[in-house]
Design a protein around this ligand. Structure first.
Ligand SMILES: *Cc1c(COP(=O)(O)O)cnc(C)c1O
Length: 373
């Protein structure tokens, strides 16, 4: 159903359109100059040397794990309260996702529970910065160091977010970003992997392009690769969007603040924190939580009443360990109390750059009306 106020909407301006059109006129549609320019612009923005653009964030996660040598017999710690792609990528390389519960205040991995989930087979931490809120990086990086674990950051929801002055995605051995149309900046479809090590980056470059190493000819394939390339049109759009990322992130923070002002009086809601010590949030979505007295069914009634009024509304996230595609691989029934309880009471509200103040007010009024009839 078409929503009068959608849950999300991309922000495409005339420069974006001109950038894509100029690629179309150039007749160089893949592996051209836009690819390198987009990669370099993202690398510079993040303050890291190696960035490799790929066809999606999911492809980026897959290649990051492959290039770091994660595979059969390895366990990788990952939250269940996130998008399914994070855990799927672990399965693509034959490793086992080990789901760890979250901290209810940040909705990110709880470092204490991470530590108690580490076994002799744990190979890596896949740290997700959920909703653009930086995870507890000091404790998680210390844990990884102490136990000799690889760190992959899933920063697909967190471009531009910072922890102690450093941009997310640059802490671990590799970091991934995604540019689907609901993300802070979009390429239509697309993603980026950043890596600390040049050899890892070179592997990722080869794997995205059918296993062609630098110096290989078109029909020489050093590695078992994939086609995870991203087109020049996508890169041109990304480059153009990245030019105004500061403005985009500022605008998103302003929308979050508008919601906060209108909703903070409700005793039935827990709102996302507008700021956290040592962190800069990059706003991906605006997700409120109904208080603990609400059941999942009651949450869905409220969601349906907003949807009936033409207001897009989502339930971010449905825990991964409860998905049919995971129930079958989990050896025993897994119970993650915080993840399960929080996920039952989340409501994602319409959130995008050009959401107007009047629309924010309409959403807030509808939500408050449904909560306090
Ligand atoms: C969006 C997202 C991805 C995947 O990105 P795609 O480009 O859609 O493949 C991975 N992880 C998280 C946490 C995401 O939000």
């Amino acid at each position: 159903m078409e929503m009068r106020i959608p849950l999300s909407s991309p922000d495409i301006d005339e420069d974006d359109i001109a950038g894509v059109v100029s690629v179309l006129r150039s007749s160089r549609l893949s592996l051209g100059p836009m690819l390198g320019s987009f990669e370099q612009a993202v690398a510079e923005y993040l303050g890291i040397t190696h960035a490799v653009a790929v066809s999606s964030g999911t492809a980026g996660l897959h290649l990051a794990l492959l290039a770091l040598g994660v595979g059969t017999g390895d366990e990788v710690i990952v939250p269940s309260f996130t998008f399914i792609a994070a855990a799927n990528a672990i399965r693509y390389v034959g490793a086992q996702p080990v789901f760890v519960d979250i901290d209810a205040s940040t909705l990110n991995l709880d470092p204490e529970r991470v530590e108690s989930s580490i076994t002799a087979r744990t190979r890596a931490l896949l740290i997700v910065h959920t909703f653009g809120v930086p995870a507890e990086m000091d404790s998680l990086m210390q844990l990884a160091k102490r136990h000799g674990l690889l760190v992959i950051e899933d920063a697909c929801e967190a471009i531009g977010a910072e922890y102690k002055g450093r941009r997310l995605g640059t802490f671990g051995d590799a970091g991934t970003f995604a540019f689907y149309p609901n993300k802070q900046i979009t390429t239509g479809e697309g993603g980026m992997v950043v890596a600390r090590d040049g050899d890892v980056a070179a592997s990722i470059r080869s794997l995205r392009n059918q296993g062609r190493r630098k110096g290989d000819s078109w029909f020489e394939h050093s590695d078992l690769g994939y086609n995870y390339r991203i087109s020049e049109m996508n890169c041109a759009l990304g480059l153009s969007q990245l030019k105004r990322i500061d403005k985009i992130l500022e605008r998103r923070a302003a929308v979050a603040e508008e919601y906060d002002v209108l909703l903070r009086g409700s005793s039935e809601l827990t709102l996302p924190p507008l700021s956290l010590p040592d962190r800069i949030i990059s706003w991906f979505v605006y997700v409120v939580r109904l208080n603990a007295r609400f059941s999942a069914a009651q949450r869905d009634v409220i969601r349906n009443s907003l949807v009936a009024n033409g207001i897009g509304c989502g339930r971010y996230f449905a825990p991964i360990h409860l998905q049919p595609s995971y129930r079958s691989i989990l050896l025993e029934k897994l119970h993650l109390p915080v993840t399960e309880s929080e996920a039952e009471r989340t409501l994602a509200l319409p959130f995008f750059n050009h959401l107007t103040k009047a629309q924010v007010m309409e959403v807030a009024e509808n939500l408050l009306g449904a909560l306090h009839p």
